[in-house]
Design a protein around this ligand. Structure first.
Ligand code: PHE
Length: 489
């Protein structure tokens, strides 16, 4: 282990455990919860999907969460330096955990910008001209200058928070933002469930097989693909293998219990995903049915779920629709910001660590400025592409005659292919092998038992040695299959 420990005061740290928890939950609760989870749960078998998701969260998600927090706090570094400090063989994995959050940010910022746009159109809608979902969506994605402008606005907000520091920027934002998000979610749920036919949406989510018998989809997905969908979703949703949790762990006080914190983060993220599902799916389904749309034609997946289907729900509510639209998109914006700042921090921390380890003065504002500017420049490509609608999607850009899998359809998927598709499952698999087999879980014994005296080692070691590597290898194959359409699954 590198004996040059960083100067924690210079790097910054969380002011309290609750501040840390809200920030880690803020990182986990994001766009993945609000549109990925509900949609995937419905289409992949409702309650069955939920059970598989929960099992994976316990045996895989929890184990990696605890591993990342322990690695971050023990070394006192972000991902690149943390891996370097504990293992020569695995130090390259640290680089995956900085490239991946960078790439995720190049499209997360564009989606965050979309939320700002929808807040604005709902605000304008309050004064009488409430646009429909499709009109708003098409205008936004086919006007590169609009998409770039709102993305830059989103980046400026995140930049100001990250620049403020760990306790006076990130923690402060999450301490207000997370409770606010929760209250807004409850308001939206109450409104959504009072729309006639909302119960059809609840059945779609919670009744096993109802997506098929209710006519939403033609046939049930295979067990393997449900497992893979649940695994990928769980990983992204918990912010794992992206450097974010290692980074937040490195800012946490030594006396706090890592196993307890890991359980709280996993449980809270899952509860918010379920609540988000109850806020979004019943409203989308009910509004479709009430307008005479056949259930299999209601858009419940991808960006359209929020930006077309849900916007139509607000449009159809009449005069008060704008108010609910604003509440809803502010809530999604808060979720996006709290995740984005953890991604920006995961990239910035490498430069902060480098200065701090060399004993140089840490220049957080300059570091965060450079990181945010570079992300913004690359994100312009993703924003201008407008989800592949403006004529220079990767397949066109690379001169192919037609798309050859999701990776080539738009620049968002192209960035996602490297980050979520390859770096995330590969990084998690390598971390489990490193802790389980190379270092051995006992390497982290003191770290895990600082502030915690219960039993956990046997369970944790078993998960890291066997379950996580196998699960992650499988998820890696499925991600590759879904991006490149190999037809393996
Ligand atoms: N967990 C976030 C979401 O669900 C995304 C994210 C992934 C954030 C990785 C940080 C790190 O949207």
């Amino acid at each position: 282990m590198d004996n040059k420990m960083p100067d924690t005061n210079q790097r910054g740290s969380f002011g309290s455990n609750i501040g840390f928890l809200l920030s880690a939950i803020g990182s986990a609760v994001g766009l993945g919860n609000i549109w990925g989870f509900p949609y995937k749960m419905g289409k992949s078998g409702g309650f069955t999907f939920l059970l598989i998701y929960l099992a994976l969260a316990v045996f895989v998600g929890f184990a990696i969460m605890l591993g990342e927090l322990a690695l971050g706090r023990k070394t006192g570094f972000g991902p690149v330096n943390a891996y370097k400090a504990v293992s020569k063989k695995f130090k390259w994995v640290g680089w995956l955990a900085i490239v991946a959050p960078f790439l995720i940010m190049t499209f997360y910022s564009v989606l965050g910008g979309y939320c700002i746009y929808y807040i604005i159109i709902n605000l304008i809608g309050l004064f009488g001209n409430m646009p429909t979902g499709m009109d708003s969506f098409v205008t936004m994605i086919t006007h590169p200058m609009i998409s770039i402008g709102i993305m830059i606005l989103f980046m400026i907000i995140c930049y100001l928070i990250n620049r403020g520091g760990v306790d006076s920027g990130i923690e402060k934002f999450n301490k207000v933002g997370m409770p606010a998000l929760f209250v807004m979610l409850i308001i939206i749920i109450i409104k959504a469930l009072t729309i006639p036919n909302a119960v059809e949406g609840l059945k779609f989510m919670f009744k096993p097989g109802y997506a098929v018998t209710g006519g939403f989809i033609d046939s049930a997905p295979s067990a393997l693909s449900v497992l893979a969908t649940a695994g990928g979703q769980m990983f992204f949703s918990l912010s794992l293998a992206m450097g974010a949790i290692i980074t937040y762990g490195s800012y946490l006080d030594k006396g706090e219990s890592l196993p307890k914190n890991s359980v709280i983060i996993v449980v809270a993220d899952t509860i918010v995903a379920l609540l988000a599902g109850i806020a979004v799916i019943p409203a989308a389904v009910a509004n479709g049915i009430n307008n005479g749309v056949p259930v299999n034609e209601i858009s419940l997946g991808g960006p359209k779920l929020l930006f077309v289907t849900l916007q139509d729900v607000f449009h159809d509510m009449g005069a008060i629709g704008g108010i609910f639209g604003i509440i809803f998109f502010v809530l999604v914006l808060l979720a996006a910001i709290s995740s984005a700042i953890s991604l920006i921090e995961a990239v910035s921390v490498t430069f902060i660590d480098r200065a701090s380890a060399k004993g140089k003065e840490v220049n957080r504002p300059r570091t965060v400025t450079i990181v945010c500017v570079v992300i913004t420049i690359v994100a312009c490509l993703v924003a201008a592409d407008g989800l592949g609608s403006n004529g220079f999607a990767p397949w066109q850009f690379f001169g192919m005659s037609e798309p050859t899998g999701a990776w080539s359809e738009d620049w968002l998927d192209f960035m996602d292919m490297f980050s979520e598709g390859i770096a995330m499952p590969l990084g998690a698999m390598m971390m489990a092998i490193m802790i389980g087999w190379e270092l051995k879980p006992s390497f982290f014994h003191d770290e895990i038992h600082s502030g915690y005296s219960g039993k956990i080692d046997g369970f944790w070691g078993f998960c890291l040695k066997f379950i996580v590597p196998i699960a992650m290898f499988f998820i890696l194959l499925v991600q590759l299959d879904s991006f490149f359409s190999f037809g393996w699954f």
